[in-house]
Design a protein around this ligand. Structure first.
Ligand SMILES: Nc1ncnc2c1ncn2[C@@H]1O[C@H](COP(=O)(O)OP(=O)(O)OP(=O)(O)O)[C@@H](O)[C@H]1O
Ligand SMILES: [Mg+2]
Length: 488
């Protein structure tokens, strides 16, 4: 041992230093030889950690996968951070898959983003570790292992904000990402297709719903339009309400009115407004209640199930008969019943999913089975009627971009006294970009229709005013809706 007293001269100091160095070398050699490598690594990392200055930062690692399953926080972070890309970003990945309408922007390695939340900063870093093949030799055996690609985000912030990040910031990111996803969602139309691989039974086939109809383009009584939008808004916001009262989270609408009054357009407008997929269930293609059940169970949440022309697409037998004619006098082996459909929709199907809307349409409400009309079955009955003067003005503005014209007066007078559908008006307005030509065409059509209706009714000297009648019926209808059906 060398004591401090011995280090009084340079030569003794040198001797002491040399002896210390020799001891360190000896210690290192023995440490390397005697202590197994994993233990060495553990000891060194513990010592390093002990002497490392304490950081005031905390970093969350958000990996792409949670075992085999996707990590929802990673997915949400990726979507959210795309809205936060700095204008200085130099490299980004852009892609588009054949089935998608929108481009996807992704980060390249080491992209850094600074976000602020409740007045503090959060530093995001994207890390992509590329896949690697590694070779390990263990005695005579050589193992080849494959480390797959690893992607993750590092989220760093001051430690004191840990609970705010966990309880408020990350839920905020999840929520924001959900909204962005909903906005980008391409609404799909699912229709029935025969599948030879499923022994000829029907399966859902989907394509993008490209129906451009929206509530802005729909010629509909303004109050009724407002009531429908308010009803949809209330429906999607009331998750907790439905849970509390123990009701399945579904809503039913019955749309009725003559052909060409916009029933299908209203369905498309609803789907575009809510960004819900549409399932078009053509009952005529089905034979058994069991097929129907299978298909209904194959529908997703946040969707609209549509059964068009429920009075005539299929000759649904009543509760006793289990077969129906095919129109040629022959009997077709159909075991599809209206009660089967309704029971399943009200019962099992709606309790298996969330945010389901079901819409029946018909041209003849009076022909419907009373089971469909009974209170509580369809929440709102919506009467789609002939074109009104308000509807005409909206269509003229949509199709021709005009809000007034010297022919408007005559056309509006005739619309008040003639039964013309929005589809017929729209067709005339589409015939030319020249407003004079289109409006004159419409005027001719209205005059012709009025003469025809007077001839069939034999009322040459007395003009009936269907519009006034219509307004009266609509008024009563809307009152019923507002009192009985609209409000839960
Ligand atoms: N209320 C409306 N507002 C705007 N356009 C409409 C309206 N009604 C009909 N149209 C136009 O007419 C076309 C046909 O209308 P739609 O298919 O919606 O009628 P429908 O009531 O479903 O008819 P059907 O009973 O024959 O199924 C639409 O594509 C649209 O261009
Ligand atoms: Mg239709």
């Amino acid at each position: 041992m060398i004591s401090l007293k011995d280090m009084s001269s340079p030569s003794s100091m040198f001797a002491a230093y040399a002896s210390m160095s020799a001891s360190i070398v000896l210690f290192k050699t023995m440490f390397n030889q005697l202590v197994p490598h994993p233990v060495q690594r553990y000891i060194l990392s513990t010592i390093r950690c002990f002497f490392k200055p304490r950081s005031s930062l905390l970093t969350f690692i958000i990996e792409e996968k949670n075992g085999m399953a996707p990590n929802l926080i990673y997915d949400a972070s990726e979507i959210y951070l795309c809205t936060k890309i700095s204008p200085d970003a130099e490299r980004l990945k852009i892609s588009q898959s054949p089935k998608e309408k929108n481009l996807t922007v992704k980060f390249v390695e080491s992209e850094k983003i600074i976000d602020t939340f409740e007045g503090f900063e959060l530093h995001w870093r994207f890390v992509h570790e590329e896949s690697q093949a590694s070779r390990q030799t263990d005695g005579d055996n050589t193992n080849h292992s494959w480390k797959p690609d690893k992607r993750f985000f590092e989220l760093s912030f001051q430690k004191k904000h840990k609970s705010t990040v966990l309880d408020a910031y990350l839920p905020f990111v999840l929520n924001k990402a959900k909204k962005i996803k909903e906005e980008k969602k391409v609404v799909k139309l699912h229709t029935l297709a025969y599948s030879p691989s499923y022994s000829g039974s029907c399966i859902w086939d989907s394509l993008d719903l490209q129906h451009p109809s929206t509530f802005d383009t729909l010629a509909l009584d303004p109050d009724l339009k407002k009531a429908i939008i308010a009803d949809l808004d209330r429906f999607v916001e009331r998750k907790e309400f439905y849970r509390r009262v123990g009701k399945a989270w579904k809503r039913g609408y019955l749309l009725y009115g003559p052909p060409g009054t916009g029933k299908s357009s209203l369905i498309a407008a609803m789907a575009n407004y809510l960004r819900f997929d549409v399932y078009d269930l053509q009952l005529g293609n089905l034979r058994h209640d069991s097929d129907l059940r299978k298909l209904l169970l194959g529908t997703a949440n946040k969707s609209i199930l549509v059964i068009e022309d429920v009075d005539c697409t299929v000759d649904l037998p009543d509760r006793q008969t289990k077969s129906s004619g095919d129109g040629n006098g022959r009997k077709r082996d159909v075991q599809l019943t209206l009660s089967g459909l309704l029971n399943f929709i009200d019962g099992l199907w709606s309790s298996c999913g969330d945010e389901r809307i079901i819409i029946f349409t018909t041209n003849h409400k009076e022909k419907l089975d009373p089971a469909l009309l009974r209170p509580g079955r369809m929440d709102m009955h919506i009467h789609m009627s002939f074109c009104t003067t308000h509807g005409f003005k909206l269509l003229a503005s949509n199709y021709l971009g005009i809000h007034s014209h010297w022919l408007f007066g005559q056309i509006e007078d005739l619309i008040l006294t003639t039964e013309v559908t929005p589809a017929e008006v729209a067709e005339e307005l589409m015939k030319s970009n020249d407003a004079d030509v289109s409006l004159e065409g419409l005027l001719k059509l209205l005059k012709r229709k009025r003469i025809e209706s007077q001839e069939t009714k034999g009322e040459s000297d007395e003009i009936e005013i269907p519009e006034a009648k219509r307004l009266k019926t609509e008024e009563t209808e809307n009152k019923i809706n507002a009192n009985g059906k609209l409000l839960e």
